[in-house]
Design a protein around this ligand. Sequence first.
Ligand SMILES: NC(=O)c1ccc[n+]([C@@H]2O[C@H](COP(=O)([O-])OP(=O)(O)OC[C@H]3O[C@@H](n4cnc5c(N)ncnc54)[C@H](O)[C@@H]3O)[C@@H](O)[C@H]2O)c1
Length: 112
Amino acid sequence: MRVAVVGIGGIGRIHVEYLGRAKEAQVVAVADLDQAKASKVQAEYKVPKAYVDYREMMDKEKPEAVFICTPPATASPAGLGRCRQPAVPGRAAPARPRPGPSRGRVGHADGS
Ligand SMILES: NC(=O)c1ccc[n+]([C@@H]2O[C@H](COP(=O)([O-])OP(=O)(O)OC[C@H]3O[C@@H](n4cnc5c(N)ncnc54)[C@H](O)[C@@H]3O)[C@@H](O)[C@H]2O)c1
């Protein structure tokens, strides 16, 4: 599965590291407002692409699942709503946040 991670801070970096070990997942891109942070993690974990604008990442990479690892305010539908739109044609697909106000959120592009 082609996955992407948005927000490469403390928990986002850990997601990239662990997803990189999963046979089922291929981290195709990361996005962070801080370009230096995204580029550093991209190089460290050999992620193909790094973006500042997550919307550009969604449009270009079309990930099947997106791990939203930004602070709660930006992880809201209003903040990162583009992640809730179908990334892969033919798959209906809003992201499904985990419950809990202070947790990072996980969105599956196909709703699974
Ligand atoms: N750090 C942990 O161990 C941990 C554990 C569980 C849950 N969480 C939760 O995960 C969330 C993130 O925590 P953190 O410690 O990684 O925070 P952090 O501040 O270290 O990282 C957040 C990153 O998100 C980026 N960001 C913010 N808005 C963005 C946007 N619109 N597009 C792209 N990037 C954006 C920031 O530039 C920053 O690099 C919080 O809700 C936190 O409660 C963290």
